[in-house]
Design a protein around this ligand. Structure first.
Ligand SMILES: [Fe+2]
Ligand SMILES: [Fe+2]
Length: 146
């Protein structure tokens, strides 16, 4: 068995991982916004910490596992994917950078408007990344195998 786990290599299972993770992130971000609007500072702080943890354990951990064998295997099967995979890894890095920025701002300034904008940008970058990943690694693979 591949060390990255069997589901990454299956289109529908992989898509389900993306969808589940994104849905949870959107939900938690909306929860955070609601607490802020209601002036519930303590609940907002706990939710922001939970949301950071969620991005780390659900989305960044998924990216780490893709980079620990899955991408390499995709490129070995189809060397034309090399460029696409470089772009996908860069997307992962952008997510890591945004998340790190959020940690720093949150620690130094609390939940500012900038923090909320960056939480939203994580959702956007992740959504585009997942779509591109599924399109390049799976759709083209299916065409390739026809
Ligand atoms: Fe990815
Ligand atoms: Fe993925």
């Amino acid at each position: 068995m591949a060390k990255y786990g069997p589901s990454l290599g299956q289109k529908h299972a992989h898509h389900a991982i993306h969808e589940g993770a994104l849905t949870g992130a959107i939900q938690k971000t909306e929860d955070l916004l609601r607490y802020l609007k209601q002036g519930e500072a303590e609940a907002a702080k706990l939710t922001a910490d939970d949301l950071i943890d969620y991005w780390e354990t659900r989305i960044i951990a998924h990216a780490d596992s893709e980079e620990s064998g899955f991408y390499q295997e995709m490129v070995e099967q189809n060397p034309e994917l090399k460029e696409a995979v470089i772009g996908l890894k860069r997307d992962h890095d952008i997510l890591r950078m945004i998340l790190q920025d959020i940690r720093v701002i949150l620690k130094e300034e609390g939940i500012t408007r900038e923090v909320m904008m960056k939480f939203d940008s994580l959702i956007t970058v992740n959504e585009l990344h997942s779509r591109e990943e599924e399109r390049t690694l799976f759709v083209e693979k299916e065409l390739f195998l026809k």
